[in-house]
Design a protein. Structure first.
Length: 648
């Protein structure tokens, strides 16, 4: 703990914070970013923090008001980022219920209530941990610190917003002409069989949003995701073909995807299982400390308002306890509606609350270490779904495997939403801690943002499912959204109840994960700047190679810019300006592509045709997309370099 720390706004200063205009703008952005991130997560299997784009948009819009403050901008980004984080919790789990044919669609109130209750629980579970994680532990919370720095440099909001807008327009146009206009193919992939035994493959999704994801997460994590793809597509699949050949005579691309979807992706399941367990074990001591402090905070009850600084005021413990109880009630009845057995439903709720608090604490702690964009929420959810499946198998047996698997997914859905929001809440509270915000007001804004995002999740999911479909691409759905995490949850839950999980591949995946963990420990002992978090590799193993390679391209762009900065050495101010310009441009590419994807889904869903906006009868191939994507990459690098040169 830094006892000399002073927030940007002093505790004795009372300036406007939780105002009507801040709340309204925050909720609108929460809704928009929730939809955009839902599309991105279903498409790429990864989501990124929206705190910085929301902060920039807030600064640009609130400039038009006569009176606005930095703490109002902080409230806006707090509420807005809640919708983005909730989307991650929703799209990692809910589509699994449709993919397993348990749901025929996304029931509005059921989806909304589960998402809202899970998200609000994530906020409530982490409130008692704020002081322990942010003040006492002094964790970095890198994205929270970055957001605070962006807000402190708010006088540049207009220029920063321009980067965001230009990129959003570019990403939107690219997506429109590719998916809507059908001018070029969205994927470049080539495969070859040599003697029906040797298999070669390369593919890349021509998506600015994926490149932007790689740019934001940086070269280190991008390399690990790509390494996971290499393990699957350049090692495991060729080995499988070498031993088994191509008995069905499939074309090379279809052969590779068939082996990956039915066999090799379970390597990723195994790696994610050990990654989720390792995430808990790795922070067990700190987790015990923060849990004890959380319990102590509950026991203390009401705060002494007269002796508590404004910057240390949290939501009262009585509100937290009442809120947790209120959230459990609708969840209980939703579970009861699915299971129809009160004792088992009660057990499900108890498991959900215990695991929910535990994994929310883990997610909050991990956000402090690696940021919310890199938070291993998918690993946490896999551990939850697997644990819940085994418990329910013991109680229900496998006589109704579909119902048992769905029940496990429903438990995972609540906990996934809670964990995703927990990491985001702690990140936003870190920003507030630096700026001198009132924690209680941020916690209210976060809760409101969760509820606003929850109300649009069902329509967005329905729209995307109707227009594109989820899961592997098919002739009926050539632009299907892969939904990798959701298909993973489906595989684990159904596999436990049906007894057909390919444990041999899962076991090999666990062994691969263990090797990665040992390698990461070696790097840590060497004080290496390069680290190897196992879940990044696991995600790469599980993703189609075309996504991993595009993400890697973005990581390379980030490395090019950082190398340029190092050679020029103009100082921290120039580096910060360059990083902000690149980050905002990348965020704009993601936002534009995601929003136009949702926009295109509306007429596709209404007409049932994917060629509503088709400009040509037959795509020209992949080359137009390759050329335009390279142009966007050059633009991104040039813009970041220019921002660096202009700030000396």
């Amino acid at each position: 703990m830094n006892r000399n720390f002073q927030p940007y706004i002093k505790p004795e200063q009372n300036i406007p914070e939780l105002t009507c205009k801040a709340i309204v703008l925050g909720l609108l952005l929460s809704i928009i970013l929730a939809g955009a991130n839902a599309y991105l997560g279903l498409f790429a299997g990864m989501t990124v923090s929206a705190s910085i784009p929301a902060a920039v948009i807030s600064m640009a819009i609130l400039r038009f008001f006569k009176n606005h403050t930095i703490l109002e901008n902080n409230i806006v980004q707090t509420a807005a980022s809640a919708g983005e984080s909730l989307a991650a919790g929703v799209i990692f789990t809910f589509p699994a219920l449709v993919l397993m044919k348990y749901w025929v669609g996304f029931n509005y109130w059921e989806t909304t209530l589960i998402a809202a209750c899970g998200g609000v629980l994530g906020v409530l579970f982490t409130i008692p941990l704020r002081k322990a994680l942010i003040v006492d532990e002094g964790l970095k919370f890198p994205e929270g610190v970055a957001t605070a720095e962006v807000l402190k440099s708010g006088e540049e909001g207009g220029k920063a917003a321009k980067y965001l807008a230009l990129a959003a327009i570019s990403g939107a146009l690219f997506k429109f002409f590719e998916t809507g206009g059908k001018i070029w193919y969205g994927t470049l992939d080539k495969a070859a069989l040599l003697g029906n035994k040797a298999y070669l493959y390369f593919g890349m999704n021509l998506s600015p949003a994926l490149v932007a994801v790689g740019y934001i997460i940086g070269l280190n994590v991008s390399t690990l995701v790509f390494a996971g793809g290499v393990i699957s597509w350049w090692i495991a699949i060729p080995l499988y073909v070498g031993f088994n050949g191509n008995p069905d005579g499939l074309d090379p691309v279809s052969l590779g995807y068939g082996i990956w979807s039915t066999k090799i992706r379970y390597l990723g399941v195994g790696a994610m299982i050990i990654g989720g367990v390792w995430a808990v074990l790795n922070i067990r001591n700190s987790l015990v400390v923060v849990c004890k402090q959380g319990v102590q905070s509950f026991k203390q009850g009401k705060q002494n308002l007269q002796n508590t600084l404004r910057t240390e005021l949290d939501t009262p413990m009585s509100w937290i306890i009442i809120g947790i109880g209120a959230m459990i009630v609708p969840i209980f009845f939703i579970y009861l509606r699915e299971i129809h057995q009160v004792p088992i439903t009660a057990f499900m709720v108890i498991i959900m609350v215990i695991l929910g608090f535990l994994f929310s604490a883990v997610a909050g702690y991990m956000a402090g270490l690696v940021g919310s964009s890199n938070n291993p929420v998918s690993g946490i959810t896999i551990a939850t779904v697997l644990t819940a499946s085994l418990f329910l198998l013991f109680f229900l047996g496998n006589t109704d495997a579909g119902k048992g698997a769905a029940a496990a997914i429903l438990i995972g859905a609540v906990i996934c939403c809670a964990a995703a929001i927990a990491g985001d809440n702690m990140q936003d509270l870190k920003s507030g801690h630096i700026l001198g915000a009132t924690p209680k007001k941020q916690q209210i804004a976060q809760t409101l943002g969760v509820i606003a995002g929850a109300f649009v999740m069902a329509p967005v999911l329905t729209l995307l499912y109707t227009a594109y479909g989820f899961g592997p691409k098919t002739p009926e759905h050539p632009d299907s959204l892969v939904a990798p995490q959701a298909t993973l949850m489906q595989s684990v839950a159904e596999g436990v109840f049906q007894g057909n999980l390919p444990w041999n591949f899962i076991s090999i995946g666990i062994a691969i994960g263990a090797v990665v963990i040992l390698f990461d420990r070696y790097l840590k002992n060497k004080n290496s700047n390069f680290r190897a978090p196992v879940l990044a590799v696991a995600i790469g193993i599980y993703l189609p190679f075309e996504l991993s390679s595009a993400i890697m391209l973005g990581g390379v762009l980030a490395w090019i810019i950082h190398r340029y900065q190092k050679k020029q050495s103009h100082g921290d101010a120039a580096k910060k300006s360059s990083d902000q310009a690149g980050l905002l441009f990348a965020s704009g590419l993601i936002t534009g592509e995601a929003l136009i994807g949702i926009f295109l889904a509306i007429p596709i869903a209404m007409t049932g045709r994917g060629d509503v906006f088709a400009i040509v009868t037959e795509p020209l191939g992949s080359w137009p997309g390759v050329v335009l994507l390279l142009a966007i990459c050059v633009w991104l690098v040039s813009l970041a370099k220019k921002a660096y040169r202009q700030t000396k």
